[in-house]
Design a protein around this ligand. Structure first.
Ligand SMILES: [Fe+2]
Length: 288
């Protein structure tokens, strides 16, 4: 598996929080009492730690986690699954997108989660492991996550499934409701609603492998979240409620960037680490 960089750096995280909370540069500079040139430097990728810590408090971010992201970018370590799980990363335009294969080692039933932008590797593994793909589960309908839908349905014969609130028109796509289950032999996959990035964005929570696994699309990235300029607060809230309530040892499979664990994100994700300030008072200046 090649090294996959974090999807977002500290400047991306600041920009996503600022857009999501609709805080102008002027408001942020005034509230945080930071000179304008510091924000310009941060935008340019310069890790100005003191300014970042002051800004974090007004963007509901963890100052400690944002500083770590800016200075040594804690990279997640993830245990290896002995069987039943594979991770694929394929180029899509100027970025890459992840997709996944989950299977029951006994019955050989398999589910694909998101299509990726290239399916040869996945189909090769399906053939080598003599698997039968019974469903294609879609976290959401953004085009990078459904890029190979036609080819994948044709190659596997399986239908695709997506939350009923997602907007997509395709003859092979069927609908599920919040909290629905899919089963592959002894493996259960629960559909957790983690909307905000898109209306029906779903996290597939997989139980029955060596560790619990949450395949979360763009609800959560290692060190960041997927962008949402219109439903930012809903995204943070639903991700905290549905993903951060899962067992600590849960492995997280995001739509972009590396695999991670819930324990790592609890400590290092600026949107969810414990010292984030939930709701600073507008115009206030925290002492730290
Ligand atoms: Fe997306």
């Amino acid at each position: 598996m090649p090294f996959i960089p974090l999807e977002d750096n500290f400047a991306d995280v600041v920009a996503k929080a600022q857009r999501g909370l609709r805080i102008t540069d002027e408001e942020l500079l005034t509230r945080a009492e930071v000179p304008a040139e510091e924000l310009v430097a941060i935008r340019a990728g310069k890790p100005r730690v003191a300014a970042l810590r002051r800004i974090a408090r007004h963007l509901r971010l963890s100052p400690d986690a944002l500083e770590t992201l800016a200075t040594d970018a804690a990279y997640p370590r993830v245990p290896v699954f002995p069987r039943g799980f594979a991770f694929f990363n394929s180029p899509f335009g100027d970025m890459t997108v992840n997709n996944y294969l989950v299977w029951d080692a006994k019955t050989r039933e398999a589910a694909v989660v998101d299509t990726g932008a290239e399916i040869d590797s996945l189909l090769g593994l399906v053939a080598a492991e003599r698997l039968r793909v019974t469903c294609i589960l879609l976290t959401h309908a953004h085009r990078d996550h459904v890029a190979c839908l036609d080819q994948l349905c044709a190659a596997t014969g399986a239908d695709a499934w997506i939350n009923e609130r997602e907007v997509i028109d395709h003859p092979r796509v069927r609908r599920f409701s919040d909290q629905a289950y899919f089963h592959l032999g002894v493996i259960a996959i629960k559909c957790l609603p983690t909307g905000g990035h898109s209306p029906g964005q779903t996290t597939f929570y997989v139980q029955g492998l060596a560790r619990p696994l949450a395949l979360c699309g763009d609800a959560l990235f290692s060190g960041s979240i997927g962008g949402s300029d219109t439903h930012f607060e809903e995204q943070v809230k639903s991700t905290r409620a549905r993903i951060f309530s899962l067992p600590r040892q849960t492995v997280i499979g995001p739509g972009h960037g590396p695999l991670t664990t819930l324990a790592h994100e609890r400590e290092h994700n600026p949107f969810f680490a414990p010292d984030r300030v939930a709701r600073p008072v507008a115009g206030s200046t925290p002492s730290a």
